[in-house]
Design a protein around this ligand. Structure first.
Ligand SMILES: [Zn+2]
Length: 119
């Protein structure tokens, strides 16, 4: 078997996703369930909103590294995507002097500029 190029992989993923969407539309979750069962439980848990993580206390998840994640998001998609991320995870906001704005914070650090923020 030849290796798929990135483009061909994307084409395959798109086709599979389309098929799964059709299956779900017809109330058939068989393929989705097979795929979900292949995913490590920690990764699965992270697809749920953080409020729901406590429903599975037996899964020891490292507290999300929001600072690292926010840096990645900022680098790839900019500040507004960091705000979206913070809102999705219910992170608090505080006044950041560096940004001169109310910004999402984690561990007393601004997730936009990384400065320490007094809460
Ligand atoms: Zn800031």
């Amino acid at each position: 078997m030849k290796n798929l190029t990135a483009e061909r992989k994307q084409k395959l993923w798109d086709a599979v996703i389309k098929q799964i969407a059709n299956d779900i539309w017809e109330d058939d979750f068989t393929v989705l369930e097979v795929l979900v069962k292949l995913i490590p439980v920690k990764d699965l848990l992270q697809t749920l909103p953080e409020e729901e993580w406590k429903l599975f206390p037996e899964i020891q998840i490292d507290k999300m590294n929001h600072e690292k994640e926010a840096q990645n998001i900022y680098a790839q998609k900019g500040a507004s995507a960091v705000y979206d991320y913070a809102n999705k995870h219910g992170l608090p906001y505080a006044s950041c002097q560096g940004c001169d704005a109310q910004t999402p914070i984690y561990n007393e650090s601004c997730l936009i500029c990384g400065a320490k923020v007094i809460v």
